[in-house]
Structure formats: C-alpha cells, structure tokens
Design a binder for this molecule. Structure first.
Ligand SMILES: NC(=O)c1ccc[n+]([C@@H]2O[C@H](COP(=O)([O-])OP(=O)(O)OC[C@H]3O[C@@H](n4cnc5c(N)ncnc54)[C@H](OP(=O)(O)O)[C@@H]3O)[C@@H](O)[C@H]2O)c1
Length: 276
C-alpha cells in the first residue's frame, strides 16, 4: 500500500511519512468523543494514501486515541500497517508496563508493532522497563520496542540492559525549527540502524504559513507543509509523524511523499532555517 518507504534491518520497511494522533480522541488523559467519525475518516484516508505508520499513546485522550486508531485500521491488511503506541512514564514499572501494553493492545484491537517509553521515568529503573518490553515481545503483545524523548546517553543506558531484543527506534522532537537532534541523536540512529521518528514536524501548523518554504515549493508544485515534511523525509532513518485531523490536511501531508527535494534546495533550506 505504501509506495514511499524506508527500510530498516531490524523492523523491515515502513512508510516514509507517518501520522500522529495527539489531540485525536481527546487531550491529556481526557477522552473526547465529539469528532470520532471525522477522526476515523481522516486516518483511513491517510492509510489509503500510503501513510501506514500510525503513532498513538495510552495518554492521548486517556486511551481514546488508541480506540480511534483501532476503528480506523479495520479492513486494512494488518501486516501493511505499523502501529506505534507508548507507555506513560508513571507506568514504567515491570508490572505496569505489562498491564498498560495489554490495555493498549485491547483498545487498538490488535498487537502493537512498536511500543515506546513515552518519556524517561523516575518510577522505575530503565532496566526494569526494558525487561518488561522484552517479556511483551515474547508474549506477542508487541513486536519491537523503543524510547521517546531520550538523549544518546539515555538510549545507550537502555541498550546496556537488553538481554534478548535491542531498542529499534527513538521518537524525539525534530523539525526545521527544532534541530537539536541533528547533532547527536540522528547521527547515532543512522549509525546504529534505529528508526528516528520526528514528532511535531510542522511545529503544530506553524510551518504551514512559512513564505520561504512556499516559495521553494512553487518549483515543485508543492506547498510549504509538503516542503517542510519532505526536508525531513530526505534525512536517512527519519520518519516524520505529522498529526492532521481533517481530510484536507491529510491529503496535503501525503503529498510530501513520492518525490524528493534536490540536494541543493535541501542544503539551502537547512542553511536558511539553521541561521534563524
Ligand atoms: N513522543 C512525544 O513526546 C510526542 C510529543 C508530541 C507529539 N508526538 C507525536 O507526534 C505527532 C505530531 O506532533 P504534533 O501533533 O505535536 O504537531 P504537528 O504534527 O507538528 O502539528 C499538528 C498541527 O498541525 C496542523 N496541520 C497538520 N497538517 C496540516 C496542513 N497540511 N496544513 C496546515 N496545518 C496542518 C494540525 O491541524 P489539524 O489537526 O486541524 O489538521 C495540527 O494543529 C503527535 O500527534 C503525536 O503522535 C509525540
């Protein structure tokens, strides 16, 4: 289904652009049922257009985002999708990770392809969380696991406790306006073969209104949003995961796939944004 893909040794191929779900199905641990139909339709449209990686979390809408994802994926071939969910740091102890993952999987109505620790946690030592992740892989609840909002040091610490299965992915904030990770975490992910999911890639919509990107996009028949997302897609191992609640936005975002900025334009955009 997805035609523009990136392939990784450990996890195989996933769509070069994913879909986020923060705000879909509610907010911080609070569900909202008011737009369920629109949200499901938007996600289904995105899957049809090849954005087959979907990112969600137990925290989003207190689990309701996962229920929406579960409804949206019905009827699609399961092995063509890649579902990512996350455990909240207060649930990072061994028993709670197991409970959270099973509950997420029930809401999704399927196994989880990739399960992430949402933030570093004080609730349990990282090795305890990793032990639970490895048990979940053995139990078939999740296929792979990874980390979110982690530094290279944190990732290495987590990897030092793995016994059977390695960390395969990291999800951090990265966009044209938020470039910290290009110094260390992204090169690390590239070296180690980890998938790097870039969250908040549109800076919550701010990049849609950027006149410079709009101008570059004209050359390609693309919009500012599509240029901003393509700039990320051009980076090895990086999968941006924009969130869009409307079909119109989903269609526009999907148009960031299937083409690439020229090397010259990519470098020029990097320079212009880097110097802000
Ligand atoms: N791991 C973490 O700690 C963490 C933190 C933050 C986010 N995330 C993940 O990353 C995903 C994306 O990040 P985000 O939601 O913070 O920010 P984002 O994707 O940068 O921006 C989402 C905002 O951009 C708007 N938008 C989307 N497509 C657009 C388009 N084509 N034109 C104009 N506006 C557009 C959306 O509007 P509409 O909704 O109205 O379409 C929404 O308001 C999240 O949904 C979540 O899955 C993870």
């Amino acid at each position: 289904m997805a035609k523009d893909v990136k392939c990784f040794n450990k996890i195989g191929c996933v769509s070069s652009l994913g879909m986020g779900t923060w705000g879909i199905g509610g907010g911080y641990w609070v569900p909202d049922y008011s737009m369920d139909r629109e949200w499901v339709e938007a996600l289904r449209k995105g899957i049809e257009l090849g954005m087959t990686l979907i990112d969600t979390a137990e925290m989003y809408g207190g689990g309701h985002a996962e229920e929406i994802v579960g409804l949206a994926i019905r009827g699609f071939k399961r092995d063509e999708l890649f579902i990512v969910s996350k455990v909240w740091p207060s649930n990072a102890s061994y028993d709670n990770v197991l409970k959270s993952a099973v509950a997420s999987s029930k809401r999704l109505g399927t196994y989880i392809d990739l399960y992430l620790l949402h933030w570093p946690s004080d609730a349990a030592p990282i090795c305890e969380t990793i032990k639970a992740f490895e048990k979940l892989v053995d139990d078939g609840v999740i296929r792979f696991y990874g980390l979110s909002n982690f530094s290279v040091r944190g990732i290495e610490e987590a990897r030092s406790c793995t016994k059977k299965y390695d960390v395969v992915a990291v999800q951090n904030h990265f966009s044209l306006l938020h470039r910290d990770d290009e110094k260390d975490v992204i090169p690390y992910a590239q070296r180690e073969g980890l998938m790097y999911m870039a969250y908040t890639p549109l800076e919550r919509g701010q990049l849609a209104r950027n006149a410079y990107l709009e101008n570059i996009g004209r050359k390609y028949g693309k919009t500012a949003v599509q240029v901003a997302l393509n700039w990320l897609i051009c980076i090895d191992n990086v999968i941006p995961i924009p969130k869009a609640a409307s079909i119109e936005h989903v269609k526009e975002n999907a148009g960031a796939m299937g083409w690439r900025l020229s090397r010259e334009d990519w470098l020029e955009i990097s320079r212009v944004f880097g110097s802000r």
